[in-house]
Design a protein around this ligand. Structure first.
Ligand SMILES: *Cc1c(COP(=O)(O)O)cnc(C)c1O
Length: 359
């Protein structure tokens, strides 16, 4: 069996140790004679798996009892609706920051439910930077402020948290667990699992408890945070296997030293790749220096007629999924927690050789 290096933006690379353990336990989970996938979500086994996943996740992210942690389905995209439905309350407007394709999608969906005030946008600069906070046009009447701390497609990341008078809501799909954050600065955090958490099919929501319980009456039961919290995320059948696998990832992260260790590892990895790109006359990254993503690194070749050859040769070298998003073109290397130093080294030497052979 030959494992390749996977730079996919999502579903993304998972730690090999985790996949090995899951495969060893696939047919017979801890002597039960059953696969995790075959067990009732009401069984003691699954309840213990979910509880352990939640407590490890809380420990990793240092989440206090003021917050509920929900294991949901529907992906981050479903939260684009769930957030306004649950958090608007008596308000009719919400603030959104537009820093890329995912912000845009969140804004589009929110417009179904409220007046969206776009406080700032970097669209005029092709989403290559983050508008300075002192230029944001905040609205005092907003129910919340929504932003996307890491734009997965543009490779633009916030290294600061907006401080405003309304609850801050963050789509952390592609940055969660990559470094420590202070959860107390947020009203709500959500993330699809398939980048840094585990397999697709699971969405995690961290929500301050006092913000729940005021969903619009039209809110589908399945999207009501209070209902999900009251039922320990088991109002209906939860994605048991995805939660189990995410739990293995959380245990793996703890063993690796938690999020502080991840930050060190991720900064070093991204730093090496950006340094190489910046030093080269052949590759370029368009993002402002202070906002370059640690997780998603887009880059272009000096001659874009070579894009196809680059991808073909990368594939042949076992470096997969480097194609940039169709909206920006070029390449993108997603280097999440599970992407190893070895993968990064191999990518950089491949890029060096490719450049040398074309010069
Ligand atoms: C991947 C991604 C999404 C979409 O996630 P789904 O789970 O596919 O709905 C939304 N926001 C960000 C920042 C993402 O990276």
């Amino acid at each position: 069996m030959a494992r390749v290096h996977n730079f996919c933006a999502g579903p993304a690379a998972l730690p090999e140790e985790v996949l090995k353990q899951a495969s060893e336990e696939l047919l017979d989970w801890q002597g039960s004679g059953l696969s995790i996938m075959e067990m009732s979500h009401r069984s003691a086994e699954i309840v213990s798996v979910v509880e352990k996943a939640e407590s490890d996740f809380r420990e990793l992210m240092n989440i206090s009892d003021d917050y509920a942690v929900l294991f949901l389905q529907g992906g981050a995209s479903t939260q684009f609706s769930a957030v306004p439905l649950n958090l608007l309350g008596d308000k009719t407007t919400a603030d959104y920051v537009n820093t890329g394709q995912w912000s845009k999608k969140a804004i589009k969906e929110a417009k179904r439910y409220c007046d969206v005030n776009v406080v700032a946008s970097s669209e005029g600069d092709n989403f290559t930077n983050i508008p300075a906070f002192d230029s944001w046009q905040l609205n005092k009447e907003a129910a919340y402020l929504h932003y996307t701390p890491n734009e997965t497609i543009g490779g633009v990341e916030f290294f600061w948290t907006p401080e405003v008078d309304v609850p801050v809501v963050a789509d952390m799909s592609s940055t969660i667990l990559s470094r420590p954050i202070d959860v107390n600065q947020f009203g709500l955090i959500y993330a699809g699992a398939q980048k840094n958490i585990g397999p697709a099919g699971l969405t995690i929501v961290i929500v301050r408890k006092d913000l729940m319980g005021k969903a619009q009456s039209m809110t589908p039961t399945m999207l009501d945070y209070q209902t999900m919290a009251d039922n320990d995320s088991m109002y209906n059948t939860p994605p048991t296997y995805s939660i189990y696998l995410a739990g293995l990832v959380f245990a793996w992260l703890k063993e690796k030293g938690g999020l502080a260790a991840m930050e060190k590892f991720n900064r070093a990895k991204a730093g090496r790749l950006y340094q190489y790109i910046d030093d080269s006359a052949f590759y370029a990254n368009p993002v402002a220096l202070d906002s370059r993503s640690l997780m998603n690194v887009p880059f272009t070749l000096a001659d874009d007629s070579l894009d196809k050859t680059f991808l073909k040769e990368a594939d042949a070298a076992g470096l997969l999924n480097l194609k940039g998003h169709r909206s920006v073109g070029g390449m993108r290397a997603s280097i999440y927690n599970a992407v190893s130093d070895q993968a990064l080294d191999d990518l950089i030497s491949f890029m060096k050789n490719f450049e040398k052979n074309r010069a």
